[in-house]
Structure formats: C-alpha cells, structure tokens
Design a protein around this ligand. Structure first.
Ligand code: SF4
Length: 148
C-alpha cells in the first residue's frame, strides 16, 4: 500500500466527492456535476472549487456502480492518483475493491451521520440516501496544500 506522502507526491489528478454531501433539494444531487453555487448549507461547492483550482478533474460519485466505473476509467486513463471523500464504514467495507482498482488514492473521512449509521446502505448504493452529509473541507484543503 502506498504511503500518504507518496500519493501526494504523485500529484493526484482526480477528486471524487459523494452525492450524499449535496443538499437533497439540489437539482444536481444525483448528477456528476456541480455548478459551485456557494450555498451555505453545502460543502460540495467549496471542495469542488478547491479541486478545480488545482487542475483536478472533480466528479460526484452517484452510486456504488458509478464508483467502480470511475476506478476503471481512472486506471484506463492512467491517472496518477486520486483523492476521495467518503465515510470510514464505506472505506472499511470496500477497501478490497479500492485496492483491486490499483489506482493510488487517499480517502478522507466525512463529518456527520452516514447511511451506515442509519442502516440505509442499500438505498445509498443506489443513489437514494435521503439525508445530507458534510465534507471535511478544512481537512481536504490542508491535504491539497500538501501536494507539491
Ligand atoms: S454547490 Fe452544492 S447546492 Fe450548489 S450545485 Fe453544487 S452541489 Fe448543488
């Protein structure tokens, strides 16, 4: 497994953000994009801006299948590394899938009650989790600040 430093030294080129951090009434909640509209109750726009400022491709993960498709795509495109925001239970459950993708990545924990806490994992995988989580944007900012 790559170290934290060695992944940052690869200058990660992709930032993956979970749809569950978008407001439930955002029309882009289940879409890949974000228009960075600066809503106070949404951490995705700030994270998106931080990623694009660094020239990263930023994308929302809208379902578990979408995550697998992104990992396949990154491998095919030869992406250097990625940074993803997700909750710890998700990472623990899918550490093997992520490892198999063979794209070096850093996963940053998110704040808040997750679908795992609420026992709504099945809905969440299908993109139907009904709550909003918050990204730890301060942590993301400091990690991005460590990229060369
Ligand atoms: S910043 Fe948040 S509310 Fe605005 S478009 Fe992006 S995800 Fe939706």
């Amino acid at each position: 497994m790559d170290s934290f430093r060695s992944i940052l030294d690869r200058e990660p080129s992709v930032l993956l953000l979970p749809y569950c951090a978008k407001p439930t009434d955002c029309d882009l909640r289940n879409s890949k994009g974000c228009r960075m509209c600066d809503r106070d109750d949404c951490t995705v726009g700030r994270a998106w801006r931080a990623g694009t400022r660094r020239g990263m491709r930023v994308a929302t993960i809208v379902s578990f299948e979408d995550l697998l498709a992104e990992l396949t795509c990154m491998k095919k495109d030869g992406e250097r590394a990625f940074i993803g925001c997700c909750c710890l239970p998700f990472f623990t459950k899918h550490a093997e899938d992520l490892e198999q993708a063979k794209v070096p990545g850093l996963l940053l924990d998110i704040h808040d009650v997750t679908c795992y806490d609420l026992d709504q994992v099945r809905d969440a995988y299908a993109g139907a989790f009904e709550r909003q989580t918050r990204l730890n944007v301060d942590l993301l900012d400091s990690v991005l600040g460590g990229v060369k």
